[in-house]
Design a protein around this ligand. Structure first.
Ligand SMILES: Nc1ncnc2c1ncn2[C@@H]1O[C@H](COP(=O)(O)OP(=O)(O)OP(=O)(O)O)[C@@H](O)[C@H]1O
Length: 207
């Protein structure tokens, strides 16, 4: 599964955007604050509209300005993981995990709930409420929820940003296994050089 991305947006007096191709793996998106890293992820997700360019992932064209293709965000099949886990506070862990799975068309699902629970070590958390979880646990649940929605790729925006070093390592190991064992293509925003060195198969520097 490959990325072929070319997105551009004029914002006030400057251009924001990115142009790159990669053959899957984990692409770290880095660069100074304000360079447009989050904006690029949001353009790929379809949450903001590029002025020009295209977004192709594998065989699918999700956006092409010239050809007037613009697949709505909920049909792009991209799993988004933010710095804060953003779990649904009124649903227990299991219900959070199943949320995207239930919405996904059966033909698009490629992981079963038991597999994801096993893979991420979530078995003892299933009946917990999000507010009772540690940051690392919550982030692993958020990743599980994203995987179970049957995504073609994951977009991660500083997913370790709010975690202490022990928790960071726990989540980083899960991300490495997603990269190496599940082989889901990942776009990963970070400022952290050590994190980038450990995780990146490709690097895209903005700004
Ligand atoms: N909704 C918006 N409307 C107008 N300008 C915005 C909006 N969101 C972001 N910007 C501007 O666009 C630029 C890029 O912002 P963005 O958040 O994508 O950068 P970033 O590289 O992710 O930064 P950081 O590392 O600080 O999170 C910044 O100058 C920001 O002020």
């Amino acid at each position: 599964m490959s990325f072929d991305i070319d997105v551009r947006l004029r914002r006030r007096d400057r251009d924001i955007g990115a142009r790159f191709r990669s053959d899957g793996g984990l692409t770290v998106v880095t660069g100074p604050s304000g360079a447009g890293k989050t904006s690029v992820l949001m353009m790929i997700a379809g949450l903001i509209h590029p002025d020009a360019g295209h977004v192709r992932i594998g065989e699918a064209t999700l956006f092409d300005k010239a050809a007037r293709v613009d697949v709505p965000p909920e049909r792009r099949r991209l799993g988004y993981v933010f710095q804060d886990a953003r779990l649904f506070p009124h649903r227990r862990v299991l219900a959070n995990l199943l949320y995207g799975y239930r919405l996904a068309a059966p033909g698009h699902r490629w992981m079963e709930p038991d597999q994801a629970i096993d893979f991420l070590g979530l078995g003892n958390l299933l009946d917990r409420w999000p507010r009772s979880l540690s940051g690392g646990e919550a982030q692993r649940v958020a990743i599980g929820r994203a995987l179970l929605s049957g995504p073609r790729a994951l977009l991660m925006d500083e997913p370790l940003g709010g975690l202490d070093p022990t928790r960071r390592d726990e989540v980083m190991r899960a991300i490495e296994r997603i990269r190496d064992e599940l082989r889901v293509p990942i776009l990963y925003v970070t400022h952290d050089r050590a994190e980038a060195t450990r995780l990146a198969t490709h690097t895209l520097t903005l700004g």
